[in-house]
Design a protein around this ligand. Structure first.
Ligand code: SF4
Ligand code: SF4
Length: 376
């Protein structure tokens, strides 16, 4: 009768020596060296209580270690690289909340991404993703919008990102107005998508092409500073571009990072809670920033949300396209958590605002809130 862990023991070559539990103890104590994906596949899912997908979806295969096991089996040729087996791997928000509770600080998204990349290279791609790739290839915009005119030069470049350009253009107007009020001489350019949707879906070639195009435009603009109010764009520029050797000359900041003390002393009334965007809080390691900015505003009561970190449901580019019902259920769970804090929520990401705004919850981007405080 085969044992539960035989498939892993075989892979590691200790089939006669250890049970899975003993093996895990050896791995944790550093006595047995295995690669990171195998470690995660062996793990008794220590971070599942914090993974939004696991909490809402509840399936074993979409739990953090469940995904690692499927990825491991595909990598080792024990499961076929087909759409059915890839589906659980794409049930990930790339939120990296698992890193907070993982003894190895793993991001399951990073561990399983090589399998998605291999699938894209071999043409094993969901129909839902093909349209995204087409839009990015043909228009450099995830929504497939045509490019605009160039409109300016200066020292400080404001990058809007695809979501603000297409879904929340008024947020871009407010950000530009806010930055001018704060003394920045800002301009915009005819942007290309930062490439993160392609990266999230495993199309690294397309990501690199977009990153190169983007870097060329930004570097040619001669800006000294890039400010964006999209955390995914900021994360792509600051973390992913250097990882792939793409050089941006100007420094890049998310708009919250320049607000700092600038809202200190402004006055507001009432209660708010806040929703930390994953790419800002965890991707750029700014876990306290949004809360700190709000706490500096006089008269404002800032309530902590029931969970400090929980994705809005629309991160990672895949779930909202492959399983929109699940994305919405995760958003609904987050709305409930936030509503325990206050009816008004401040966030700092256009996708989070779109995901969470609802009849029962007023969600404002920090740009809109700051703009209101400084006088519309
Ligand atoms: S990155 Fe987020 S959704 Fe993916 S496994 Fe980790 S916690 Fe879950
Ligand atoms: S990410 Fe870490 S805690 Fe979560 S399942 Fe993998 S090894 Fe375990």
């Amino acid at each position: 009768m085969p044992g539960k862990w035989d498939w892993l023991k075989d892979e590691i070559g200790f089939s006669n020596l250890l049970t899975g539990g003993k093996m895990l103890l050896k791995v944790i104590s550093g006595k047995l060296s295995v690669d990171d994906l195998t470690k995660c596949a062996l793990c008794p899912n220590m971070c599942r209580h914090t993974c939004p997908v696991s909490i809402v979806d509840g399936r074993e295969t979409t739990s953090p270690a469940g995904k690692a096991r499927v990825a491991f089996m595909i990598r080792e040729g024990r499961l076929e690289l087909n759409l059915e087996n890839l589906e659980p791997l794409y049930m990930c928000l790339s939120c990296n909340i698992c890193t907070l509770y993982c003894p190895f600080e793993f991001s399951v998204a990073d561990l399983t991404r090589p399998i998605n990349e291999e699938a894209v290279k071999k043409g094993v791609v969901f129909e839902e993703f093909k349209k995204v790739f087409e839009n990015l290839e043909n228009y450099g915009d995830v929504y497939g919008a045509k490019s605009e005119e160039e409109n300016g030069k200066g020292k400080v470049l404001y990058i809007r990102g695809c979501t603000i350009r297409n879904e929340l253009p008024e947020l871009s107007e407010k950000a530009l107005s806010l930055l001018k009020k704060l003394g920045f001489e800002v301009f915009t350019i005819n942007e290309t998508c930062c490439g993160i949707p392609a990266y999230n879906l495993g199309n690294v070639e397309l990501f690199k092409k977009l990153a190169d195009e983007n870097a060329k435009k930004i570097n040619q603009s001669k800006a000294e500073l890039v400010i964006t109010s999209c955390p995914s764009c900021a994360y792509a520029y600051r973390v992913l571009y250097p990882k792939y050797g793409v050089k941006l000359k100007p420094k890049v900041v998310h708009i919250t990072e320049i607000l700092g003390d600038r809202l200190k002393g402004l006055k507001a009334e009432g209660e708010v809670t806040y929703h930390n965007p994953c790419k800002l809080a965890l991707g750029l390691d700014q876990k306290e920033l949004l809360k700190d900015i709000l706490n500096k505003i006089e008269g404002l009561t800032v309530k902590e949300p029931r969970k400090e970190f929980f994705c809005c449901g629309y991160g990672g580019s895949a779930i909202s396209r492959l399983n929109p019902e699940l994305a919405e259920e995760i958003a609904q769970e987050r709305r409930k958590q936030l509503k325990d804090g206050a009816d008004k929520v401040i966030t700092a990401c256009p996708s989070c605002k779109l995901a969470l705004n609802s009849d029962e919850l007023e969600v404002l981007d920090i740009v809109e809130f700051a703009h209101q405080l400084l006088g519309e």
